[in-house]
Every structure is written in structure tokens, then in C-alpha cells.
Design a protein around this ligand. Structure first.
Ligand code: AN7
Length: 351
């Protein structure tokens, strides 16, 4: 408990005697069983992997801790990434922990407020650009070629190595891989990492089976589904507003090798799943994270049966990251009352 990814998964990671070992408490996140939505799905079990419980509130910490450890091992003192928000928050936190200079290139107006607030608090150097994530990534790659700065986007293989550990945790809890994994897809690093984790765990004899991988893009940002780059990706789920995913090929590989699907869900489906997770399960995630459950519900509504199946939905980030979306759906304007029992009692229909 609390040992972190580097210590816990040493054996499965590219760690040497020279690699510094540290943790902000990443990994070991809860696998919470659905009590309500599972009934509608009609499956044997439905679990939510709560990656928003990581130290900066998203799954990115699993990979960032490895990428930063390997950078420090090489003697590098400066890291950089492009980001729709969560990667930048994570890089800034681990950069601060290790005393590195962290540079973030982020698309102006496209990053949720909580994520930018985190990056500022951690003391990162931030450049907002008048362009989307895909352009920010191109710029960052070029800057990292020109300067002695380590790129910590998921193009960095150490990120994928760290993120694959979530699959090990799920297998550890269920005793085997689930029958189906549902996961949001943006830059496609995470679906790549989960599949790598499941395949390695299977080879190690930790699970007799492999899951079917089901990845979901937002319909205004669905290059993999549509088969072409999306120049101006649009979706309420800003974390997955990505038109040219870096790990496109390996996402297709995960889909094909697992007999899975990569499909899309529209903003209404995403927001419905987002609201239901909070109101019916007590799980408050950010909009992009709800794409996993939205995908599952879309399939159930289309008549697919998940009878006798163990299903896991990855819930990638914490709802507090994006208060503007939550507030936009149900604006927080609450009535005020005089501070005495009678006036409050009159106003509330208590049982
Ligand atoms: C909450 O932070 O790309 O398919 O720059 O923040 O591995 O990209 C975030 C992605 C899903 C998609 N859910 O994962 C970034 C960034 C949340 C996310 C994804 C992201 P990938």
C-alpha cells in the first residue's frame, strides 16, 4: 500500500540499480463495483477502475513517474509535454517533486480549469498556443529535438510502461482479466498500455485469459474510427479533443488482437454517462472519462448481451478537474435561508 508504481512493479518496468525510486502515491487505485447501472447492463459484474484517485487526479501519474525516473537517471534536468491538461498536471507535479524544470505547451481555451490551476500551482513554465493539441505536440517534439529536454508525452515508451500497471492491478483484484475492458481514447496511449499490460500478465501466467478491448473516442474527435486525421476536433470532453493520435497504430493493434472495437460516442451520450456515474454510483469523473461507460451503454442499448461477462470501465480522471462542465449542466445556484431550524425545515421536504 502506498509504495508507488516504481517500487511495486520494479520487475515489470525498465528499472535498473541506477534508477531513482520515489512516489507521490500513484497506483493502487480502487476497483469499485457498480450497484445500480450493472443491473441495466445485465452483466455478471461491472467495475469502475477509479484512476481519478491518483495523486494528480488522473491515470497519467502511473506513466509519468516512470518517465521522470528514467529522465533523472540519464541526468536530464528539464522535461516538457504538450497536453489537453492531465499530462501537464502530472508532469508538473513529478517535475516539482524531482526539482526539474517543467515546460508545458497547451492549446489555449481547451484545457479544463482545474488542470491549468494544478500546473500553475506546481510551478511549471506554461506556453498557451493558438492551436489545438495536435499542433502543440508537433511544437513540443521539435523543441525537445532542439534542446536537452525530455519529452514526457506518451510517445515516450516509459509512459506506456508505467500505465500498463493498471492492468496488473485489475487482474490482481479479479483473479483474472475481465471479459471486456471499456476505455476512453484520445492520443491512444492508454489503450496501448492496458493491452500491453494484459498481454504481459497473460504471458507471466497471472491471467488465463485476455480481455476484449473496447475503446471510445468522442464523435467530434474520432480519427481512428473515421480512418482519417480530424483537423478541428470538437467535443465537450476536452481531454480527448485530439485529431491525430500519436499511438494510432498500436490502438488498432490492441483492437485487432483482442477482437475488440474502437468506436465513438457523441457528447450527449458522454454527458449522460457522466451524470449517471455521479448520481447513480457516487463516482464523479471528468467528461472524457465517462466515454468508457457511454460506450458500454451504447452497446447495451443496441441490444448486445453482456450476460455472464465481467466488465471493467476505466474512469480515467477526477470530476473536480472540470468544474465548468459540471456547473454548466446543473448550474450551482442555491437558495438561501435564515439561519434557524424552522426556516430551513420549511424549505426542505425531509422524510
Ligand atoms: C481524463 O493530458 O492526452 O488515449 O494531454 O486526460 O492515452 O490519450 C489526456 C488524455 C482519457 C485519453 N481520459 O487517454 C493529455 C491527454 C482522460 C485524459 C484520456 C485523457 P489517451
Amino acid at each position: 500500500m502506498g509504495k508507488g508504481i516504481l517500487e511495486t512493479y520494479k520487475k515489470f518496468l525498465p528499472i535498473t540499480s541506477e534508477t531513482p525510486i520515489f512516489t507521490l502515491g500513484e497506483g493502487n487505485t480502487p476497483l469499485v463495483e457498480s450497484r445500480n447501472i450493472a443491473k441495466e447492463v445485465g452483466c455478471k459484474s461491472l467495475f469502475f477502475k477509479l484512476e481519478g484517485c491518483n495523486p494528480t487526479g488522473s491515470f497519467k501519474d502511473r506513466g509519468m513517474v516512470v518517465a521522470v525516473a528514467k529522465a533523472v537517471e540519464k541526468g536530464i534536468t528539464s522535461i516538457a509535454c504538450a497536453s489537453t491538461g492531465n499530462t501537464s498536471a502530472s508532469a508538473a507535479a513529478y517535475g516539482a517533486h524531482l526539482g526539474l524544470r517543467t515546460t508545458l505547451i497547451v492549446p489555449k481555451g481547451n484545457v479544463a480549469r482545474g488542470k491549468l490551476t494544478q500546473a500553475v500551482a506546481y510551478g511549471a513554465h506554461i506556453a498557451l498556443i493558438d492551436g489545438n493539441f495536435d499542433r502543440a505536440l508537433e511544437i513540443t517534439r521539435e523543441l525537445c529535438e532542439r534542446h536537452p529536454v525530455e519529452l514526457v508525452n506518451s510517445l515516450n515508451p516509459n509512459r506506456i510502461e508505467g500505465q500498463k500497471t493498471a492492468s496488473f492491478e485489475i487482474i490482481g483484484e479479479l483473479g483474472k482479466a475481465p471479459d471486456h475492458l471499456f476505455i476512453p481514447v484520445g492520443n491512444a496511449g492508454n489503450i496501448t498500455a492496458y493491452w500491453k499490460g494484459f498481454v504481459e500478465a497473460h504471458q507471466e501466467g497471472l491471467s488465463d485469459t485476455l480481455p476484449v478491448m473496447n475503446g471510445y473516442q468522442a464523435s467530434g474527435a474520432s480519427p481512428i474510427v473515421d480512418g482519417h486525421v480530424v483537423e478541428e476536433p470538437r467535443t465537450v470532453a476536452s481531454a480527448i479533443r485530439i485529431g491525430n493520435p500519436a499511438s494510432w497504430e498500436s490502438a488498432l493493434k490492441a483492437q485487432n488482437e483482442s477482437n475488440g472495437v474502437i468506436d465513438k460516442v457523441d457528447d450527449d451520450e458522454i454527458l449522460m454517462a457522466y451524470r449517471r456515474l455521479a448520481a447513480e454510483e457516487g463516482v464523479f469523473c471528468e467528461p472524457a472519462s465517462a466515454a468508457s461507460l457511454a460506450g458500454l451503454l451504447k452497446r447495451v442499448n443496441a441490444g448486445e448481451s453482456f450476460k455472464n461477462k465481467d466488465v471493467v470501465c476505466v474512469i480515467t480522471g477526477n470530476g473536480l478537474k472540470d468544474p465548468d462542465i459540471a456547473n454548466g449542466i446543473e448550474p450551482v445556484s442555491l437558495d438561501e435561508y435564515e439561519a434557524n431550524v424552522d426556516s430551513v425545515e420549511d424549505a426542505l421536504s425531509l422524510p
